[in-house]
Design a protein around this ligand. Structure first.
Ligand SMILES: [Zn+2]
Length: 221
């Protein structure tokens, strides 16, 4: 199964990606991490990316797509993959589509996690993160057992600076402007599948599995 996940901040995309990757042995690919690795390791692609960054420019879609395609050659991506956080724009989606078609590995589906602004604000504004083990908590839905302390490692929990209501609403607006054309791009191709994510994460997982059941059957995953 080859998936792209879309959804605004607070939709729980990361959690669902992790669960899917476990259940179906798919590689979860984050382009942010890929870019960092290539630059740190000084690969040919990393040096190309570095040249843009040194000039204060964005790394081109072409370079990012080549990094993704390289990553898809790894053993753990052979049975499938999940792209989280990429593509973000229509030109990126187009470049990805061309590269995947050339490799005969077109996308199986694009999952869109839907959540209203008020719910996103409620989730993000109540979110606490453990800086040590990266576990997340939510004061409204999933509070830590002991106030302000991580259940797993005992570290003090922190709130992200940009998780206040005004900033969250602005982030949601930017997200919508950016991704609406992208959703249309995938809808036109019959790939878009919407999942209501305004419910507890276990229910979202169930809905996700129902939504992709036909794909899992076809590919024997
Ligand atoms: Zn912790």
């Amino acid at each position: 199964m080859r998936l792209v996940l879309l959804g605004p901040p607070g939709a729980g995309k990361g959690t669902q990606a992790g669960r899917l990757a476990e259940k179906f042995t798919m590689a979860t690919i984050s382009t942010g991490d890929l870019l960092r690795e290539h630059v740190e390791n000084g690969t040919a692609l990393g040096r190309e990316a570095r040249a843009f960054m040194d000039r204060g420019e964005y790394v081109t879609d072409d370079v990012v797509v080549r990094m993704v395609m390289r990553r898809l050659g790894d053993d753990d991506a052979q049975e499938g993959f999940i792209l989280d956080g990429f593509p973000r724009t229509v030109p990126q989606a187009q470049a990805l589509e061309n590269a995947l078609a050339a490799a005969s590995r077109p996308l199986s589906a694009v999952l869109k996690y839907k959540i209203g602004d008020d719910m996103a604000v409620k989730r993000l504004a109540n979110r606490l993160t453990c800086p040590n083990c990266k576990r997340t908590y939510n004061l409204a839905f999933k509070p830590p057992t002991n106030e302000g302390v991580c259940d797993a490692c005992g570290h003090e929990l922190v709130r992200r600076q940009d998780d206040d209501e005004v900033t969250v609403r602005r982030r949601l607006e930017v997200y919508r402007e950016e991704t609406e054309p992208l959703e249309f791009f995938y809808w036109e191709r019959g790939l878009l599948r919407e999942i209501d994510a305004e419910v507890p994460e276990d229910v979202v997982t169930e809905r996700t599995l129902e939504e992709i059941a036909d794909l899992a059957d076809v590919e024997g995953a």
